[in-house]
Design a protein around this ligand. Structure first.
Ligand code: GLC
Length: 572
């Protein structure tokens, strides 16, 4: 069976616009940079690109603080550049997905600026959450304490006082620069319907919808109960039952979906979608509540991304993710994104094989020493396993270069609000956003910045390490043992051996340390141990099987032996 909708088995490449390619030499990635590098993306055999937010923004959370949902950020280009990018991608058979941020906007958004200047209780303020503060502890200020005890996702209180002495405070679930919208407000509802339509009219085929879990709040905004003991600093918000996965949120997604379905009715031939970002790992029941015919088409399964390198945990992640098939949806795999430490680093940590390191929050990062060689081997094995799975797969730019996390960015160059809002207690996400290396030439920021002959061109917005060029596209291109060539070959192999089996998948037990998934006549087998494992050749699944693809291609020649930390696909 082949898929009914293009997105059901798509491979999508995520572009963090600021860090992908800089065509005008200002140290910041841009849309023309992406246009110049479309052949690289096409060479990976992907079906679509997901662009991180590229709307006008003061960039306090690098675009997740949107000042205008209907334009392009000036450092990145303009709507004409966007249209050209979309057309050139389409010529290569690649669709464009945008990133939609519904929970909040930037405090520079015209509506919020207007709301700050409006009366308490006014219609203008009701587009956001403005509430009176409570009396300060010593009673000296009748509104000196926040309206409730909610904590912000990136540290500190979720409430911000309008001005010293003002009775009112506003809610910002992430940072003070990201005021939350109240989606029960009719203006807000209409605005998002218009935003969806505007981008669909330009030819966008769908949206990654940002941070869906805090959309919709208990209308009484009660104090949150204390989080479970041991909850990490960046996890406290996600334990608040009055703002996370609220029933009120479903109304918002039903409205979005109605806009999409209505658009498709009026534009036959368009096959639009939205994919939800929410950490619902280990909760297939919760995912089913959001992914259905009335709400999201897909939701990222972060289970594999959060899994340690342990058979039982990887199997659990696969089982839960595949479960979504039973409710008529398709699994949505991913190993990396712009919020988490890169997969090479995560799997290369000394504690990557410790099941107790399982976390629900990808930003609460591991601390074990990193062995990049081992991490790379495991990352190759993990992507080869993921490529065999039913459903769709989202890749994060640079994954195909085996980029490790850059862990030693100097504090004074760190940009992520997570670092600043926690006063450096959490290093944040800059390390996975370091601009891409294209060549080994440090004078052009490793090919990232097109600086021409300008010797005074600015440095890239985040510093690149001296060794960055060893991972450059030009260095890996054509080297059949490189991870880049593995990614290219894997999307071909996926189309040939995995996609034809539709949504069929079953975990089979081939012994300790071995993860095996069967899909029709394809079996993908991963050895999670540090020793080679000889499979039982009497096993019905393996007996007559031929190896067809492997994460370590040079090592697939001994029949039935899976090298350490590697994956082989067999076909019978
Ligand atoms: C999502 C984004 C993240 C952003 C946050 C607030 O988790 O992926 O980058 O900081 O939402 O919008």
């Amino acid at each position: 069976m082949n898929s009914q909708h293009w997105w059901q088995d798509a491979v999508v490449y995520q572009v963090y616009v600021r860090s992908f390619a800089d065509a005008n030499g200002d140290g910041v990635g841009d849309l023309n940079g992406i246009r110049n590098r479309l052949d690289h993306i096409a060479s990976l055999g992907v079906d679509a690109i997901w662009l991180n937010p590229c709307y006008p923004s003061p960039q306090r959370d690098h675009g997740y603080d949107v000042a205008d949902y209907l334009a392009i950020h000036h450092e990145y280009g303009d709507l004409d550049t966007f249209d050209a990018l979309l057309a050139e991608a389409r010529e290569r058979g690649i669709k464009i997905l945008m990133d939609l941020v519904p929970n909040h906007c930037s405090n520079d958004h015209a509506w919020f600026v207007e709301a700050l200047g409006a009366e308490a209780g006014s219609d203008i303020r009701s587009r956001f959450y403005f509430r009176d503060g409570r009396a300060s502890d010593d009673g000296s200020d009748p509104h000196g304490n926040p309206p409730n005890n909610w904590m912000a996702a990136f540290g500190g209180s979720a409430w911000n006082r309008v001005a010293a002495g003002d009775p009112q405070w506003y809610l910002g679930t992430f940072t003070p620069h990201q005021p939350d919208f109240d989606h029960t407000n009719a203006d807000v509802q209409q605005m998002f319907a218009d935003v969806l339509t505007f981008w669909f009219d330009r030819g966008v085929e769908g949206f990654r919808v940002d941070a869906i879990s805090p959309v919709g709040k208990d209308p009484a905004l009660p104090d949150a109960p204390p989080p479970p003991p041991g909850t990490g600093l960046l996890q406290v918000t996600w334990e608040n039952p009055y703002t996370v996965f609220r029933p009120e949120g479903h109304d918002v997604w039903r409205r979005f979906r109605a806009t999409i379905d209505d658009y498709m009715d009026r534009h036959p031939g368009r096959d639009l979608m939205m994919v939800a970002e929410a950490y619902m790992n280990g909760r297939p029941d919760l995912m089913a509540a959001f992914v259905n015919d009335e709400q999201f088409h897909q939701a990222f399964a972060f289970d594999l991304l959060l899994s340690p390198w342990v058979k039982s945990e990887i199997e659990r992640a696969i089982r839960d993710t595949v479960d979504i098939i039973s409710i008529g949806s398709s699994p949505t795999w991913t190993l990396s994104n712009h919020d988490v430490q890169r997969v090479v680093t995560r799997l290369g940590r000394s504690d990557a094989t410790d099941p107790s390191t399982v976390t629900n929050n990808a930003m609460e990062t591991g601390s074990g020493d990193v062995d990049v060689v081992r991490g790379t081997r495991r990352a190759r094995a993990m992507i080869t396993l993921a490529m065999a799975m039913p459903g769709s797969l989202y890749l994060y730019m640079g994954e195909e270069l085996g980029l490790p996390e850059v862990l030693d960015i100097p504090d004074d160059r760190r940009q992520d609000p997570v670092f600043h809002q926690t006063n450096g207690e959490r290093i944040g996400r800059d390390g996975c956003r370091v601009p891409m290396p294209w060549t080994d030439d440090p004078s052009t920021a490793f090919g990232f910045s097109d600086v021409g002959n300008d010797e005074s061109a600015p440095e890239p917005w985040l510093p690149q390490p001296a060794w960055w060029g060893t991972h450059a596209v030009d260095e890996l291109d054509g080297d059949e043992n490189s991870i880049l060539e593995l990614y290219r070959a894997a999307t071909d192999a996926r189309r040939e051996f995995a996609v034809p089996h539709g949504l069929v998948a079953a975990i089979v037990d081939l012994g300790p340390g071995v993860v095996a998934v069967r899909r029709g006549d394809l079996v993908a087998v991963t050895n999670t141990t540090e020793a080679p494992i000889a499979l039982d050749m009497e096993n019905d699944l393996i007996e007559i099987a031929t190896p067809v693809f492997a994460s370590e291609p040079t090592e697939m020649h001994t029949p039935g032996v899976i090298p350490p930390d590697s994956t082989i696909w067999f076909v019978s």
